[in-house]
Write a protein of this length. Structure first.
Length: 389
């Protein structure tokens, strides 16, 4: 698969094939085309994001993908769906789960599905899960959007399949839906007192030098801005904790490769709030068309009292409203800063799918997943108690 082929015709017969990392990389051109037109955009599954992440995280041997493709003997194959995953002995028993590919730098496992014939594509994936050779005992999506046309197609196909489905860890994520609001609406989400305070902080920041906002989108500019971001992050608390991306060669290489790949197609922007020539805060966003993810933010702690990170997000927000862009915060629940600024919400959840072929064992799998999550919750609470002392 080396050339871009037209979108899928919903009347075609579809099949599903499991491929490894090597075969998946060979399909990069068609994969990229599918990512650009997918029913539910997911930049984390774009090859220019996913492949550097796989390499940095040492997942090349573990990564697989279910490719849903046309199964017509008289036509060249067309990729209509891509479901990347890893296999896991998730429950400590000899029952294998397929876990949709997710990692600390990705916040959605929405599969890439062609908008033409989406229902047929999802149904072909579920047929593979039910009776495909080597299919795992269950499938787990992490951070799966719970609204939109992809979720509708998945719900309809699951209802027809009669598979067991359980939803876990549902939460509402802060988003900014630029096309649905104007600047007055956005400003109204902040109290007048808070909005005046942010204007005051920007003025006070200006006492240290001229305050400007820059946006890097061209490849050379993006690479330079990413280097600034990495240095800024390493100078702060993540550097002291040892978790800054620049401190690990593999992670630094991942950031640089993602920036290099996505910048070639206009899918990354780096917004900097500057005092003089130096960045006080930097926000890195990745996207597909008008769907963007506020991926990373860092700020200069010398200016912490002026809330430069908040000011940078306000700048990004105003540009999103002006340009009609959708933004996903990538934030877990309880991140007060973004939840105060972005009042719109999108539901996300984890979804476990158990095929009928497991019979009575399916209920046991659901029970094991529930027990695992209860144990994880208890462990987190114990850590919180220890850290609070």
């Amino acid at each position: 698969m080396t050339s871009v082929r037209p979108a899928c015709d919903p009347t075609w017969t579809l099949g599903a094939t499991v491929v490894d990392h090597v075969r998946l990389a060979e399909a990069r051109v068609d994969w990229k085309a599918l990512a650009k037109r997918a029913l539910e955009p997911n930049v984390f599954y774009d090859p220019d994001f996913a492949l550097p992440a796989v390499a940095a995280l040492g997942q090349t041997k573990a990564l697989r993908a279910v490719l849903v493709h046309t199964d017509e003997v008289d036509r060249p194959g067309r990729v209509c769906g891509l479901f990347p995953f890893t296999l896991s002995r998730r429950w400590g028993v000899p029952v294998t789960a397929g876990v949709a590919f997710i990692h600390p730098y990705a916040m959605s496992s929405a599969p890439l599905v062609d908008p033409d014939g989406a229902g047929a594509t999802v149904a072909a994936f579920l047929r593979w899960l039910e009776r495909g050779e080597g299919a795992p005992a269950a499938w787990l999506f992490r951070f799966l959007p719970q609204d939109g046309p992809l979720k509708d197609a998945l719900d309809e196909a699951l209802a027809e399949s009669d598979m067991l489905v359980r939803t876990y860890a549902r939460y509402d994520r802060a988003v900014l839906d630029g096309p649905q609001i104007d600047l007055a609406d956005f400003e109204a989400t902040l109290s007048p007192k808070r909005y005046r305070e942010y204007r005051r902080l920007r003025r006070k920041l200006g006492e240290h030098g001229a305050v400007t906002v820059t946006r890097a989108v061209e490849p050379d500019d993006v690479q330079a801005a990413i280097e600034e971001y990495l240095a800024l992050e390493a100078s702060g608390w993540k550097g002291r904790r040892g978790t800054a991306a620049a401190l690990t060669a593999e992670t630094r290489k991942m950031f640089e490769a993602i920036a290099g790949g996505l910048s070639q197609t206009g899918q990354i922007r780096v917004d900097s709030l500057r005092v003089g020539r130096a960045p006080a805060a930097i926000a890195v966003s990745c996207g597909i068309k008008d769907s963007w993810w506020l991926w990373k933010i860092s700020f200069d702690e010398d200016y912490a009292r002026y809330s430069p990170g908040v000011l940078a997000v306000l700048d990004v927000s105003e540009m999103a409203v002006r340009d009609g862009d959708h933004y996903d915060s990538c934030a877990l629940p309880g991140i007060a800063m973004i939840e105060r600024l972005w009042r719109q919400r999108r539901p996300y959840a984890d979804m476990l799918i158990v095929p009928r072929r497991l019979g009575a064992l399916g209920g046991a799998v659901v029970g094991l997943e529930s027990l695992r999550r209860q144990a994880e919750t208890a462990a987190r609470r114990a850590r919180d108690v220890i850290h609070s002392k």
